[in-house]
Unconditional design. Structure first.
Length: 319
């Protein structure tokens, strides 16, 4: 994102398009911000990495609840900018969407079991527990280990290798520049604030996932994905398949040389590498022109496997 109000307006219009069909309120709010020079100028005064639409919208929701409409949102921003900007300075857009486990699971199930999972950009670690949730793939359902766990629905195409059982996880850990603590109420509220209004069961399922993870909190290490990965990877137990995975992380690593350093670090571990990333960010061995939409490419060791809806709602297997 650029730091001028004009460029920011374009970024908020892009966000509005991404929210189409998912959050009518955020479409309205993003369109409103895109045309409001006063709000754009305020946001442009923040550091570059703090200008994201998700961060502004999440901060307002965290502090003041869901705005009724753009007029209400605008009034909140202008009246409380000092508090909103202060929160944006200390928080990050660390959306921790556990439903992404539904699109990760077919790739994980194909690997030799048991698994040692290491998530990069783990946030609070909710995606480190694919074995603790339930899944509904339409023709195939995998029951959760407990009735208190969420069940994630994921539409799949005929080519998708749908798992028939849970994966076996014997070790799990996360790496993050700013780990969130699932036991901390403020961190949990921040995760809930990042859920877009109008997105069905997402907020309820997030609360269910948090309850599951709080019963067995993960180890999340503060560190840089380029330099601290190898040390953490060495802690994985022998005999388990080490899997390094991430979702929507590389778009925050803007420098191509830093992405290259990360790829080198992953390769040095000898791990299986599973990624869900934006099509224009993560290079695959199968380049093509993709239509606009809110989806990731799912890859294994750089090889394209599938197209996944960004919040786990659908999976289109491509190989």
């Amino acid at each position: 994102m650029a730091s001028t109000p004009v460029a920011l307006g374009s970024a908020y219009r892009d966000f509005s398009r991404a929210a189409q069909g998912r959050s009518p309120l955020y479409v309205e709010l993003a369109d409103g911000v895109a045309q409001d020079n006063e709000i754009l100028s305020l946001v442009a005064s923040l550091p570059l990495e703090k200008q994201q639409p998700n961060l502004l919208l999440g901060a307002v929701k965290y502090l003041y609840g869901v705005a009724r409409d753009f007029a209400h949102f605008r009034a909140l921003v202008l009246a409380h900018w000092e508090a909103i900007s202060a929160l944006m300075q200390v928080r990050r857009t660390q959306t921790n969407e556990p439903a992404r486990c539904a699109t990760l699971l077919p790739a994980l199930a194909h690997l030799k079991q048991p698994l040692a999972l290491l998530e990069v950009g783990a946030s609070a670690g909710l995606c480190l527990y694919p074995d603790r949730y339930g899944y509904d793939y339409g023709k195939q359902r995998i029951a959760p280990p407990t009735s208190l766990a969420p069940v994630f629905r994921c539409a799949v195409n005929a080519a998708t290798p749908i798992p028939t059982r849970h994966v076996e996880v014997v070790w799990r850990a996360g790496l993050d520049l700013n780990p969130l603590n699932c036991l901390d109420e403020n961190d949990a509220r921040w995760l809930q604030a990042l859920v877009w209004p109008g997105e069905g069961d997402r907020e309820r399922q997030l609360a269910q996932a948090l309850a599951i993870v709080r019963a067995d909190p993960p180890r999340i290490v503060r560190g840089d994905l380029r330099w601290d990965l190898k040390r953490l990877a060495t802690e994985a137990p022998p005999g388990a398949t080490l899997v390094i995975f991430h979702s929507a992380v590389l778009n925050y690593v803007r420098d191509p040389s830093e992405r290259s350093d990360f790829a080198t670090a992953v390769g040095a571990t000898g791990a299986e590498w599973i990624a869900q990333e934006d099509p224009d960010i993560f290079a695959t061995d199968n380049q093509r022109s993709w239509p606009a939409g809110s989806f990731f490419l799912l890859t294994r060791n750089g090889r394209l496997l599938a197209r996944a809806e960004s919040h786990g709602a659908s999976l289109e297997w491509l190989v």
